[in-house]
Design a protein around this ligand. Sequence first.
Ligand code: GLC
Length: 720
Amino acid sequence: MSKRTKEILSNMTLEQKIYHLEQLPTATFLTGGTYDIVTGPESKLKLKKDMIYDVGTTLNLVGAETMIDATSNYLNGSKYKIPLMIMQDVIHGHRTLYPINLGVAASFDRGLAKELAQMAAKEAALDGMSVTFAPMVDLVRDPRWGRVMESSGEDPYLNGEMAKATVEGYQGDMGKYNIAACVKHFAAYGAAEAGRDYNTVDISERTLREYYLPAYKSAVDAGVKMLMTAFNIVDGVPCVGNKHLVKDILRDEWGFDGVVISDYSAFEEQVTHGSCEDKKEAAYNAMMAGCDIEMVSSCYAEYLEELINEGKITMEQVDKSVLRILDLKEELGVLDNPYRSVDVEESKRVQLCPEHRALARRAAEESAVLLKNDNILPFSKDVSSVALIGPLGATGEIHGTWHCGGKASETISVFDGMKSILGDKVKYAQGCYAEYDSEDTSLLDEAVELAKNSQCVVLCLGEKQEYSGESYCRTDLELPQIQYKLLDRILEVNKNVAVVLFTGRPLAISRLDKTAPAILNMWMPGTEGGNACASLLFGDSVPSGKITMTFPRTLGQCPIYYNHYTTGRPKAQEDDEKFVRFTSCYLDVPNSPLYPFGYGLSYTSFEYSDLTLSNNTMNRTDTLVASVKVKNTGKYKAKEAVQLYIRDVKGSCVRPVKELKGFEKITLDVGEEKTVSFEITEQMLKYWNRDLEFVAEKGEFQVFIGKDSTCKPFASFMLV
Ligand code: GLC
């Protein structure tokens, strides 16, 4: 806190302090805004009309001019004229969109993640933004959940590395082109049962701490300014009112004294959950937990004064929350300039500028994952004719549902991208519709005819972007039958087919894996997706992405993830394809996934050799070094994400069969060889034991280095 914010606080009335903890849509303050807070959609909020212009923060609006309008109207209407802090979901880009986060994570490139966040922050800041509700760091294991697309995947270490890089990218030195980050959703939102959004989360404290909390902690350690609580319960209590989670762990154990905000209307949803009698108890629980800002509900406004008068909440608690908000406003500079970095002219120059498009394109290229390639790709640019087919081939709707200021009209489709390289050698036919329940075969024949008369085929299949994202959960992870019908018909007339997959989640595409000669997963690649895709298909760039969330053979295997426990009856890997009674397996499907964590192909090949470990004994203060030589033995200069895994062979609690503990992405020219080394310290070996102590227990540890999570151990050491 500063002298200035303390002085502002001392001049605030109780009513003003309480309203400073409320958050409304920014559109509330737009000239002629539809969000008439008294009669509009938010009229259910019991807010005093004469205090609406003294809420402390707002959310969700894009555009420099609209920000100026809303801010001006707010200041004109406000009695106390403390400037707003304006927040927005800048999840994977503001106007220049890059791949969904599950794609950026697949790049295994910390530096890229940071650069992308820096770019997004600059675009958002110039449009008047102060805070982004990102990074989303929820660990995910169930691809039915629509929000896996926002996550970095199933591994706590990788999630933490991406969280750190992203927070640093957004916040930088908190200068003009930076914005404050808000890590979310605390906590374990990704553990929703059955992959159904907002559903029950029921995990042990040990699992919570071992898998779901580390990435939030990485964001806190990286200096994140804000944190958002999740909709779900943890141990039976909704996060927003969960004292153990927010006060005991976040505030007291981790020492986080930043701003905590609820998710949208989550305060009031405590009543729906059944953990609170009414909004008064909801306000009490949220304040006792340590939640500062109430996102678009009115429990604080309606009941905080009463709770203070009853002595249940102290003025000191309220002051602390208000001060956290004022201090962040001061750090962001809005107390000096209510319009902060908004700049209409500079914004026009910067949004979608060539440098930003180039970075978004690089990200889309590095996030793409080559899942299969039977010597089909890359196609030659000398090809005489290319058929581009599929419902996702000529659309700009490939940027995901958190598209913020991004527009489909500004997004490069695959058709656009391929025409840039091939001119009129590429022809397009839609072939079918993208709706998962479509049975319309009326477009098939035209597409088959085009495929028949073309030298090669690029077939764009997968999910519409609306099939993943908040609330967009699915119970069927296969491709729609109509898309398989199209693929089968095309393969009858042309074998030179590469499938481009668009998806916001791992799909159970076993049938596609069996029939398609090549599969390039582009995720939802963003504004430059089409150019990146064309560049990869025709060899101007080489795929290097590796999945960070397991692709199942079938939904029936889910949840399926690489860092699982062995069980007391594991089925031997060599028996994977067969049923072995009385082992942990299925009658009908192998235990192995379709594609494992860390998997991704290249156009070149890499040879791993000389795996060495500096010592086979480790004291607590030692640092061991695990090294490997990696050689590019193929025909293309390419990148490779080299991965380090460690297995704690025995613990007072069972331990995973392996855990990612390091990764490094290297670039190798044809024939080039590099040595990659990883340091191993005691800190990396710690885990939450049966007594909930974070310790490294003595004993044997196995070390793995490889191209994905199926690598075998090459050495072990004893921690003494
Ligand atoms: C949504 C999301 C959250 C987002 C917030 C504001 O419901 O759960 O991730 O930041 O509301 O848009």
